[in-house]
Design a protein around this ligand. Structure first.
Ligand SMILES: Nc1ncnc2c1ncn2[C@@H]1O[C@H](COP(=O)(O)OP(=O)(O)O)[C@@H](O)[C@H]1O
Ligand SMILES: [Mg+2]
Length: 241
């Protein structure tokens, strides 16, 4: 069996004494897109925060390519190739697009950052045209693209992305999903939280459903999309297609 890119083994994690993830175990293969789904408060964002070192598990183990990373610092995790695009807007609005990218390269040094910025901007022609504009003047979709671009500067092996579609029009959302698909086809492992489940499943390989911090389903995206019962159970009536 090949070593998974990401593995959670019996992870218990939460905030102070309040545990959110309960004995959570799952693994994610290299170069795939795995979608994390489940109701609000299920612990999806907590999984990403645990992987990015924002939370230290109380129990259990987290592995990256077979190497234990439980409790590693964010600096070490960045150096190992994990990048995180959190939910919401995370740019310096008054700084230019270019300056926001420069700030994304703090851990790799300015020389390397300047070398890589043009290559990242090739993914986002609209953002590239606005390189010297204030980040706040970009559309919501362009701002999310810039955030993803900033993460890509690190040439991440693993991209964690939390609800990228919030506030974006359906067409722009498809562009974001297509970009994630392209990155994963080039070998990046993507773990994505997304409420736009049906749409996101079309671009994903697998889905993991959480309920109250426990895994209730781990299946291929194609199987879930093809199964009417899954549709009822996990996609629900509120799903936007
Ligand atoms: N910083 C925090 N401090 C205390 N509790 C938190 C914090 N962040 C999230 N929680 C709680 O943890 C639970 C899971 O949250 P989260 O992982 O954000 O859920 P999801 O992303 O699935 O909606 C929720 O009950 C939430 O209120
Ligand atoms: Mg969340």
């Amino acid at each position: 069996m090949t070593t998974p890119c990401i593995e959670f083994k019996d992870v218990v994690a939460g905030y102070k004494d309040f545990m959110i993830l309960n004995d959570l175990s799952f693994s994610v293969p290299t170069g795939s897109i795995t979608l994390l789904i489940g109701p609000n408060g299920a612990g999806k964002s907590t999984v990403l925060k645990t992987l990015f070192g924002l939370l230290t598990p109380k129990q259990g183990h987290v592995y990256l390519n077979g190497e234990e990373i439980t409790g590693s610092s964010q600096k070490d995790l960045l150096a190992k190739g994990i990048a995180f695009v959190p939910q919401g807007r995370n740019l310096f609005g008054q700084l230019s697009v270019y300056e926001n990218l420069e700030l994304g390269g703090i851990t790799i040094g300015m020389k390397t950052t300047h070398e890589r910025i043009p290559e990242v901007l090739e993914f986002f022609p609209r953002v590239k045209e606005r390189m010297n504009s204030a980040a706040s003047s970009l559309s919501g979709g362009e701002q999310k693209q810039l955030e993803i671009g900033r993460a890509l500067l690190l040439r991440p092996k693993v991209l964690l992305i939390d609800e990228p579609s919030i506030g974006l029009s359906p067409i722009v959302v498809q562009d974001v999903f297509k970009l994630l698909r392209k990155l994963s086809d080039q070998g990046t492992t993507v773990l994505m939280v997304e409420q736009n489940v049906k749409s996101a499943l079309k671009y994903s390989d697998d889905a993991i459903a959480l309920e109250s911090g426990r895994l209730v389903l781990h299946q291929s995206a194609a199987e879930i999309l093809a199964d009417p019962e899954m549709d009822r159970l996990f996609l629900g009536a509120s799903v936007k297609v």
